[in-house]
Design a protein. Structure first.
Length: 301
């Protein structure tokens, strides 16, 4: 049997991979209701006992919502941990989603406007999303319900986990492109009428463009904006959020590009526009966002 790791993966990496595979096997043998209860217990344990990045999460929430008191911040933070634990468990259950009918039982998606502007005209588009709601489930289910996506991802340091997650992401037709391949492959995909999906809420470690995000200036990726303008295709923000009982809904919003050209300043303006939409969803549903990421670690020069 082919091994799952590489020589550069250490003992800890291999043990972590094995543990995750065991948990995955277990949660796929129980009901969704039970796996959700397990996720909530796991989230509570990480928040209350391990306190993993708890101070960072609560500090970021307090800075973003200065009008909220400590109890309100703590309540949001606890729900953040529960939601992220549920995302983890749901990711391990992705192999159970095999058909469009399976996807429709989990995801409410009305993509008629998007399709009328893109695939119905044999035209590609850029979808910008965020670490918001269940983004992994959204990509897999949307690919089944609409058309296969090309998803831009970052490579994980643990090679075995990276390969396994990518195998789940692509098992129903979606394609994976690492971020360092995104420019060339993304443009080709868009020009061929495909859909390119990018998470646009992380800090750009090597970028020079800064803008306001949740009340603080931070580096923002220009990649989605550049791809859409260069290829001449529409750009949509797509956000996944929980509606209870293990179901999710997708909100889709097209970003106006009619007054923009192909210069860097135009890409920066487009990035500001979709960043503001992502920001609006986070303000409205703060418990859905991945606050454990140190989003503002880079300050403006």
């Amino acid at each position: 049997m082919k091994r799952s790791w590489e020589d550069s993966d250490g003992v800890t990496d291999r043990m972590l991979y094995g543990l995750i595979m065991m948990i995955g096997w277990f949660v796929r043998t129980i009901s969704r209701k039970k796996s959700s209860a397990l996720a909530h217990a796991l989230g509570d344990f990480i928040y209350r006992v391990l306190k993993l990045r708890r101070s960072l999460v609560e500090e970021n929430l307090a800075l973003t919502f200065p009008e909220k008191n400590r109890e309100e911040i703590s309540a949001i933070a606890l729900q953040v941990y529960r939601n992220q634990a549920e995302n983890f468990i749901e990711m391990l259950r992705l192999p159970m989603i095999k058909t469009a009918e399976d996807a429709a039982r989990l995801l409410d998606l009305d993509a008629r406007h998007l399709l009328s502007k893109t695939l119905d005209q044999q035209k590609g588009c850029v979808l910008v999303s965020a670490h918001f709601g269940n983004w992994e489930l959204m990509a897999l289910c949307s690919g089944l319900l609409m058309a296969p996506f090309t998803i831009v991802v970052k490579e994980l340091k643990n090679h075995a986990i990276d390969r396994k997650i990518n195998s789940w992401r692509t098992m129903q037709g979606n394609r994976i492109v690492y971020d360092w391949q995104a420019l060339r492959t993304g443009l080709r995909t868009l020009r061929e009428g495909g859909i390119v999906t990018i998470l646009g809420d992380q800090s750009d470690s090597g970028g020079s463009f800064f803008t306001e995000f949740l009340g603080r200036r931070t580096a923002v990726f220009l990649g989605p904006a550049f791809l859409a303008l260069k290829a001449g295709v529409p750009l949509f923000v797509v956000m996944c959020r929980s509606i209870g009982n293990g179901r999710y809904t997708i909100d889709i919003e097209e970003i106006d590009m009619s007054d923009l050209g192909r210069e860097k300043a135009d890409a920066e303006e487009l990035a500001r526009r979709y960043t503001k939409v992502i920001e609006r969803f986070i303000y409205q549903y703060p418990e859905e966002w991945f606050w454990l990421h140190n989003r503002w670690k880079r300050s403006e020069p």
